[in-house]
Design a protein around this ligand. Structure first.
Ligand SMILES: [Zn+2]
Length: 455
């Protein structure tokens, strides 16, 4: 006969915040208590045993007061946590004096309790030893008070896990394990900002596929850069005499009109990081600038499209409606790029012709003219816009329109003119001398020919 019994939690928990000091992680009570009964019983013994061996090094503690806990089995054979009987009532835990602590005080207590976990101690040691190995850093200090500017009557201070001075810049290191303490994070940022210091939050691991709120609170504020240390980075620090990190950072990509983040892990050194105490940023990859660039591209793409659309629809029209739409487009363009300087009327020459021949070459059909074929536009360009024949030709090449022209050019007129144009340019004939007046506009309209325009 086989029996199989699951442990179960009680309906109501006395203590909801339990911290595992081995890992620095909070215990998920439902998962922990809903397991094979044998395992829960073993853990219950382990907990009690470790406390008995050394009351200063318990395994699971109450996250609010840091006191050791025990697992109690009730009469109906269910489980819940309580403070260890030896510690109940000795630490002023808000659970037994509910209502006399503010949310901030409770957060602060949890934060300090988390700092005593062995994972936390181990990471502090790795940071200290990495800094000792780094020749550009002064002697690191562990858990030393950093005194700040007094605010009003009040003296201010923080006690970072590790701090160091590097080339005149004071840097605090804070280990962040698993639980979220947004008020603590924000409070520290403000303190170091006010005192010209920088802060590097250090994690023991990171997985972009399952980020925790506590991580998000930090990396969204830190230019989407995350720093991890472990025994391996310590080894690299000691080999290179530069403090090493595993840095996870996000690269923004445009997916349609949305921005998606790609996470990359790279091995980096402290001296490669950009430290900005004013913005309270420490980063390897500048996510914000890249994102701004991308958004600007998005804007220029949509402005370019709006211009092309206007010219396709109204380029050949002098109607009132065309003028009104042009005025509105021109206003938007001025906000987007004031250097383009568009004329009051889209019909103004030679502006109208220059734009029309370039966009016709771009699309392989007359744009801005009521003409049947691209070949007809080559006649206009040759007869009236000789100073813009070079950008016209580059655009024809960039969009591979020469085959189409060859097909339309039954009499071979354009082929003959191409040779004529080439010779004239080679001989620097006045009429064919290139006018650069609209180069900036051409670069905006047809970015594919920018390298020709600037060469
Ligand atoms: Zn407690």
């Amino acid at each position: 006969m086989f029996t199989y019994e699951y442990a179960e939690p009680t309906d109501q928990m006395l203590l909801n915040d339990i911290l595992d000091l081995d890992t620095g992680m909070p215990v998920d009570l439902r998962t922990f208590l809903t397991r094979d009964l044998a395992l829960v019983m073993q853990d219950r013994n382990e907990m009690a045993g470790r406390y008995t061996r050394d009351a200063q090094q318990p395994w699971l503690v109450c996250q609010l007061c840091g006191g050791a806990v025990m697992l109690v089995r009730t009469k109906d054979r269910r489980f819940h946590f309580r403070h260890h009987t030896a510690e109940e009532g000795t630490r002023g835990c808000p659970i037994s004096t509910r209502g006399s602590f503010s949310a901030d005080q409770i957060n602060s207590m949890k934060y300090n309790a988390a700092k005593e976990s062995s994972a936390h101690l181990r990471l502090k040691g790795i940071i200290r030893d990495s800094l000792v190995a780094d020749h550009t850093c002064d002697e690191p200090q562990v858990e030393k008070v950093w005194r700040g500017m007094p605010v009003g009557e009040r003296a201010t201070w923080r006690k970072p896990d590790v701090q160091v001075e590097r080339e005149g810049q004071r840097v605090a290191f804070e280990v962040q394990l698993s639980t979220t303490f947004l008020t603590e994070i924000v409070g520290r940022r403000e303190f170091y900002r006010a005192n010209g210091g920088a802060i590097i939050w250090v994690f023991q691991g990171f997985n972009p596929a399952e980020t925790r709120t506590a991580h998000e609170d930090i990396f969204y504020l830190n230019n989407l850069n995350v720093f991890v240390v472990n025994e391996e980075t310590l080894r690299r620090s000691q080999e290179a005499n530069r403090m090493a990190f595993d840095c996870w950072y996000a690269i923004p990509h445009l997916k349609g009109r949305l921005i998606a983040n790609e996470w990359i892990m790279e091995q980096v050194f402290l001296d490669q990081l950009t430290i900005d105490p004013v913005e309270q940023l420490v980063f390897y990859h500048d996510y914000r600038s890249r994102r701004t660039e991308l958004l600007a591209t998005l804007n220029s793409d949509s402005m370019r499209q709006a211009f092309h659309d206007f010219w396709t629809e109204y380029g050949a029209s002098e109607e009132v409606e065309a003028k009104a739409v042009w005025t509105s487009l021109r206003d938007r363009m001025r906000v987007f790029n004031s250097e383009l300087r568009l004329p009051k009327s889209h019909w103004e020459g030679p502006f109208h012709g220059a734009v029309s021949i370039i966009l016709s070459a771009r699309y392989g059909r007359p744009i801005g003219y009521r003409l049947p074929r691209l070949l007809d536009v080559t006649n206009v360009a040759f007869n009236s816009y000789k100073p813009y024949l070079m950008p016209f030709g580059w655009t024809l090449n960039a969009f591979e329109q020469n085959g189409l022209l060859l097909e339309q050019d039954k009499k071979g007129t354009w082929a003959k003119r191409r040779r004529e144009i080439r010779d004239a340019i080679k001989n620097d004939e006045n009429a064919f001398r290139r006018n650069r007046e609209f180069d900036r506009l051409f670069a905006f309209l047809v970015p594919e020919i920018i390298s020709n325009l600037v060469s």
